[in-house]
Design a protein around this ligand. Structure first.
Ligand code: NCD
Length: 405
């Protein structure tokens, strides 16, 4: 726990932020500041002490966190200085994130997870988020809306079907984004075309958050999946990961594999019908080429991949994405090829975890939900914290903590 001297030092440091350039060298203060900012209740402090530190931290949180973000970035992106006006920090692809950026997001998510809602309520007060969904969504849209309101901000929800917006009158994506950018401080965008978020980012005056661009990427889902893995296993490395189902169209897999490939000793098994295989060699956003241990193309039944599934730590299930098929006959051929069974789940490693970005169709029977290894609804909850962290960091940047693509 912090002693009185440490607290005084932090207070002094924070009060001197205006003239802080000559104070950056002070390692002790930096160390204490770091401890105050990121201490959490499982760091071994008792509950009362944790409460006291939280109120201390809440009081100074903004400045303390901003100072830390700046410091992290000085090593990360030296050409960017906090004093320069910044271009918006878009979140478009998983490959934008390196280990340091992920750590920053996760620490903030964890801090949020352990903070009271009232202490967070003013964080994004006065800010507005536009949620524009050209494709259906339950979790992604609801969690961004919930995240924004828990941080005290407002939402412009264009999530109930673009048929009610000017998009149905033929308005271009660029014009919609340019318009919403006049009202909102950030825009969450889901769109059926690969690259739509990158296109939006080119014209947007405010940060764009890619909430799924066709079969391309879904970086915020990948971050919450990875955060769930960190919370469930206590690590994000040295894991055997089985990706199962529609690997060709599953954008969450494309982004998650990119993130998991950053960590040492992760190995991947890619389990799908041949028609839905992940094209590891030609997919530009995957760095997992050297980490794939097996590709299994099942014909009719998940048991054809039994060995790989029983060996896995993470079984990442996905649905077959009917809406991406040109010919429904092809969908019918593969839709039931990767269904998890109760018997198979019984035989998983005791420490294994089943993840799924949801929605599920028939690939995980409901009876499996009560198995402690079924982590997919916990994953939903984690998504809220990760998205709160991302909104906070994107809408209150003191420096460009993510490099622009
Ligand atoms: C996924 C998506 O939209 O890519 N869901 C999600 O965002 N939680 C997966 C899917 O639709 O199958």
């Amino acid at each position: 726990m912090l002693n009185e001297l440490e607290i005084q030092l932090v207070t002094k440091y924070i009060l001197s932020l205006n003239e802080r350039s000559d104070r950056y060298g002070d390692e002790l203060v930096d160390h204490v500041l770091h401890r105050v900012t990121y201490l959490n209740y499982d760091d071994g402090v008792d509950w009362d002490t944790y409460g006291a530190i939280c109120s201390f931290r809440d009081e100074f949180e903004d400045e303390a966190r901003m100072a830390f973000v700046e410091r992290v970035l000085q090593g990360y992106s030296p050409q960017v200085s906090a004093k320069q006006p910044q271009a918006p920090c878009h979140i478009l692809a998983a490959s934008q994130f390196d280990l340091k950026a992920i750590e920053l997001v996760f620490k903030r998510a964890q801090q949020i997870e352990h903070s009271s809602t009232t202490s967070l309520l003013h964080t994004l007060q006065g800010k507005t988020l536009a949620c524009v969904f050209y494709e259906p969504s339950t979790r992604t849209s609801a969690s961004f809306i919930a995240a924004m309101s828990k941080l005290g901000g407002n939402v412009i929800p264009i999530t109930q079907g673009v048929q009610y917006s000017s998009i149905s009158k033929g308005e271009s994506l660029e014009d919609t984004i340019l318009t919403l950018g006049q009202y909102a401080d950030a825009i969450v965008l889901r769109h059926p075309e690969v690259g739509a978020s990158a296109l939006a980012a080119k014209v947007s005056p405010v940060p764009i958050i890619n909430a799924g661009d066709g079969i391309g990427e879904h970086p915020t889902q990948a971050l919450l999946d990875l955060y769930t893995i960190q919370r469930e296993f206590g690590r994000t490395s040295n894991l055997k990961v089985a990706f199962v189902g529609d690997l060709a169209n599953g954008r969450t897999i494309h982004s998650l594999a990119t993130l998991l490939a950053l960590y040492p000793e992760n190995e991947f098994s890619l389990i799908s019908p041949f028609l839905l295989k992940l094209d590891v060699q030609s997919t530009p956003y995957l760095q997992i080429k050297d980490k794939v241990v097996r590709e299994i193309h099942v014909r009719s039944n998940i048991l054809e991949a039994e060995e790989a599934i029983l060996d896995a730590d993470v079984i990442y299930m996905t649905r077959v994405q009917k809406e991406r098929f040109g010919f429904l006959e092809n969908y019918s051929k593969v839709k039931d090829s990767c269904l998890l069974t109760e018997d198979l789940v019984k035989r998983l490693k005791p420490s294994a975890r089943i993840l799924h970005p949801l929605p599920r169709v028939n690939e995980i029977p409901k009876a499996i939900d009560s198995d402690p290894r079924a982590a997919y609804f916990r994953e939903v909850k984690m998504g809220l914290y990760v998205r709160m962290a991302l909104l906070d960091l994107v809408m209150r940047p003191t420096s460009s903590w993510l490099p622009n693509l």
